[in-house]
Design a binder for this molecule. Structure first.
Ligand code: FES
Length: 291
């Protein structure tokens, strides 16, 4: 067993807590079936901006509540109204933040047990922080300022622990990260497949320098995309191919074959796309620049 710093060791233990699996997956399944795919799912995923929407929203919540606590501790009695407003802003921002985070988490629970468990605890801690901050605001409005400050500090402690878990989900488990970001890419023309092995409309895959590339012939033109879906790594060649798009079999993201752009989320990043040519009966591919 590798030696781990204490916070990481605690996260590791959480990620091994199998007891969380049943309730967490039941909730995740309900979230997935409620959201389905479409405009709301794309909005919560951040497809419209080409980047996950949850991380920047968390900045608003954490920033507001942290600033309120800083005013409580350093600002004196003249800053009480400002602290109340900041707590109110954080409460309002917490709603879309929780919705987007829950949507991201629910997409990732099936294939990654650690995400399922750690994400569930992250969500419960955030929900508890929201209740505590709401109680803090209520206490302040009723003139019980000292109680409101103490509750705010308690909420900040919860939020800090939960933020650590959220950071682990992104930085350690790759939620919201382009899954192809570290794939080696063929920047020079590279051999992929015999031309005769690619029938119209039937995708094939080829390992090109360690990256699996999906090739498909549509109306005589050979298209090539990275086979690993940017969202969570689903195998695109197992998805549905139409005249101009491929639909990921895992969560239904739709990418254009021509340029890899996202037509429908939850994917947010364009799929790496490759130029193709035929030389001596072999299909060659080269990363199309820029990404
Ligand atoms: S892996 Fe989620 S849409 Fe492809």
């Amino acid at each position: 067993m590798p030696r781990r710093p204490l916070p990481d060791a605690l996260v590791h233990r959480l990620g091994s807590a199998e007891k969380l699996d049943r309730p967490a997956e039941a909730v995740a399944r309900r979230v997935r079936s409620s959201l389905g795919s479409g405009a709301l799912k794309d909005l919560l995923s951040g497809t419209f901006q080409g980047h996950a929407v949850h991380p920047p929203l968390t900045d608003v919540v954490i920033g507001s509540w942290l600033s309120a606590s800083a005013l409580d501790l350093l600002g004196g009695s003249g800053s009480r109204r400002a602290a109340e407003r900041l707590i109110g802003l954080g409460i309002v921002a917490a709603v879309p933040t929780a919705a987007s985070g829950t949507s991201d988490w629910a997409d990732s629970t099936v294939g990654d047990a650690r995400v399922r468990r750690i994400g569930a605890v992250h969500a419960v801690a955030n929900a508890t922080a929201l209740v505590v901050y709401t109680a803090s605001l209520t206490a302040r409005r009723r003139g019980r300022h000292g109680r409101g400050v103490r509750l705010g500090l308690l909420g900040m402690g919860l939020l800090t622990a939960s933020g650590f878990l959220g950071g682990h989900l992104t930085l350690g488990r790759g939620i919201g990260v382009d899954q192809t970001a570290f794939d080696p890419q063929p920047e020079e023309w590279s051999d992929a497949l015999a031309e005769g092995d690619l029938a119209d409309g039937a995708p094939r895959t080829a390992d090109v320098g360690g990256t699996t590339i999906m090739l498909v012939r549509a109306h005589g033109t050979v298209r090539a995309l990275n086979d690993r879906c940017c969202h969570r790594g689903g195998p695109l060649h197992d998805g549905e191919i139409s005249e101009s798009t491929v639909t990921c079999p895992w969560h239904g993201s739709v990418f254009r074959l021509e340029d890899g752009s996202v037509e429908r989320g939850p994917g947010t990043f364009p799929q790496p796309v490759y130029d193709t040519r035929v030389q001596d009966g072999r299909i060659q591919v080269r990363l199309r620049q820029p990404r």
